[in-house]
Design a protein around this ligand. Structure first.
Ligand code: HEC
Length: 145
């Protein structure tokens, strides 16, 4: 029992120092946003997660054209929330690349056979990966304060 407790304590200590190290070594560029803009921005990010999930659900159900329509409506077009003007140019560039990737995916959904053949599925998955790589790239580069 005592050994278990000590083991747990050791694990907690390691976890705590790892967290502290991560905070100081965080290589991401921190963007300073006014509190209300930060709130709106993060809320908007959460809708991206929901939209991506809905797009994947539609693709999985074979409703490929609807997936494209949704991706275009929710991810390809800026939502006009006025967040961009608070962001550095590099962030805006990555934002545009993300919108373009969603638009490219939407275009693929309109051109594949319905139902898609093997090449069509491959193009669809590549199109989705084109979107998620933008999510991952930007998350690796930026954080908000
Ligand atoms: C142009 C940059 C950019 C793109 C593209 C982007 N994000 Fe984000 N996202 C961010 C930043 C910056 C944060 C804040 C991270 C932090 O401060 O730790 C964030 C946070 C989030 C959060 C957390 C929200 C919260 O309430 O804390 C989710 C979920 C998220 N993004 C999902 C996505 C998904 C899914 C995609 C792609 C479909 C995506 N994001 C694309 C920049 C981006």
């Amino acid at each position: 029992m005592r050994g278990k407790v000590l083991g747990l304590l050791a694990a907690l200590t390691i976890a705590a120092s790892a967290t502290a190290a991560a905070a100081s070594d965080d290589p991401r560029i921190a963007i300073d946003l006014p509190p209300d803009v930060r709130e709106t921005f993060l809320e908007h990010m959460r809708t991206h997660m929901t939209s991506l999930d809905e797009v994947l659900q539609l693709v999985g159900a074979g409703r490929v054209r609807e997936a494209g329509t949704l991706a275009r409506k929710e991810m390809a077009i800026g939502q006009g929330l006025g967040i961009g003007r608070h962001m550095p140019p590099e962030f805006r560039e990555m934002g545009f690349a993300f919108h373009r990737a969603a638009d490219d995916f939407a275009r693929v959904t309109a051109t594949v056979a319905d139902p898609p053949d093997a090449a069509g599925w491959k193009a669809l998955v590549a199109g989705l990966a084109g979107i998620t790589t933008q999510c991952a790239g930007c998350h690796g580069a930026f954080r908000v304060k």
